[in-house]
Design a protein around this ligand. Structure first.
Ligand code: PLP
Ligand code: COI
Length: 340
């Protein structure tokens, strides 16, 4: 059996033992099936391949200090997948089916759940695809909901260390009335060119501006943005960003810790006023930002001492991850224990 190096896990794909699948046929979801194959056998004219009828989710299971394995806000991911399904006319999986599949796939792959103490987690990737053959542009009649898992380390190699970001003005990730608020693969395809360009220039990721006016901050690659100023937690309200479950939870936590939460359009110029900035998401957790560069206007914004995360980001990170790893009581009812 392969030995897993828990301390040095990348955020990348590796095989596990099993995945779970559920098929939607004749207007109904079937029974959950367990597979040990990482291959999907599918019609070449499937709608997911041609017309982007595809949506996915990302959530994590955490081994706590007490040895119990916890899921974080699974129901929120289930509801977001339903919104995604509705937006691109796919069959929406019921929340209970989604939850049952998450529990099953974690249990079946229990040996891949990283132990407590490494900061590593089990990343769960639910995927929903349209599988019926179509040539005309119309929705599929059949769907598969599939879930696999991978043990992962931090999304950015350095972990909780500040990164550099590049403002992206040459490409939009999503349009105001487009699909930015849901998790379809097309949004990520639209982001690839700008992300590659940013990486080539030495940045960790990109910050997108609103597509219509290019005046407001939208989000950061595959994560939301927030800034801290005068004990205020400020995060963009926009019709083209993905509603991040991490961001929603951090807003609740920040309020609980005595910060004032503002969710509103964030003008580009306000970047000069923040004391701290960060991106947040399941994969990124909280990743502080030390520098934001706009190559087009030749503007640079610097945060903190350029080496360490600022005090508010550090406090939020510690409190947030302490709940996920069962080190502190979950006052918000965010976690559920998986009966392994
Ligand atoms: N924004 C985008 C585009 C994402 O892909 C993600 C990741 O899911 C997020 C934000 C963060 O969302 P969450 O906190 O629910 O993982
Ligand atoms: C997540 O945070 O779960 C994401 O979906 C990011 C992923 C696209 C890498």
């Amino acid at each position: 059996m392969q030995q897993i190096d828990w301390a040095n896990l990348p955020f990348g794909y590796s095989d596990s033992d099993y995945n779970v699948r559920c098929y939607y046929r004749n207007g109904a979801w079937g029974k959950i099936e367990v597979s040990s194959s990482s291959v999907i056998n599918m019609h070449m004219a499937a709608t997911c391949l041609h017309y982007g009828q595809e949506g996915f989710e990302g959530l994590k299971a955490y081994t706590g200090k007490d040895g119990k394995v916890r899921l974080f806000r699974c129901e929120e991911n289930a509801k977001r997948m339903q919104n995604t399904a509705d937006r691109v006319l796919m069959a929406a999986p019921p929340v209970d089916l989604f939850r049952e599949m998450v529990h099953q796939v974690v249990k079946l792959n229990a040996r891949f759940v990283p132990p407590y103490g490494y900061g590593a987690t089990l990343y769960i990737r639910p995927l929903l695809i349209g599988t019926s053959p179509e040539v005309g542009v119309r929705p599929s009649e059949e769907y598969v909901l599939l879930m696999f898992v991978v043990p992962v380390g931090p999304y950015f190699k350095a972990g909780f260390k500040p990164v550099d970001m590049m403002i992206c003005r040459d490409f939009d990730r999503a349009a105001p009335l487009g699909t930015g608020t849901v998790k379809v693969g097309g949004n990520y395809a639209a982001s690839l060119q700008s992300l590659e360009l940013a990486k080539k220039l030495g940045f960790s990721s990109t910050i997108y501006l609103d597509a219509k006016e290019k005046k407001y901050i939208d989000e950061c690659g595959p994560a939301n943005f927030f800034g801290i100023k005068d004990n205020h937690y400020i995060t963009p309200k926009s019709s083209s960003i993905l509603p991040s479950i991490t961001n929603k939870s951090l807003q609740q936590l920040a309020e609980h810790l005595g910060y004032v939460v503002e969710r509103r359009p964030v003008p580009f110029e306000e970047l000069s006023e923040f004391e701290e900035t960060a991106e947040c998401g399941t994969a990124a957790v909280i990743t502080p930002i030390k520098k934001i560069v706009d190559p087009v206007t030749n503007t640079t914004f610097n945060y903190g001492d350029g080496v360490n995360a600022g005090p508010v980001c550090t406090r939020l990170y510690k409190e947030y991850t302490a709940i996920q790893f069962g080190e502190k009581p979950d006052l918000f009812g965010w976690t559920e224990v998986i009966d392994l």
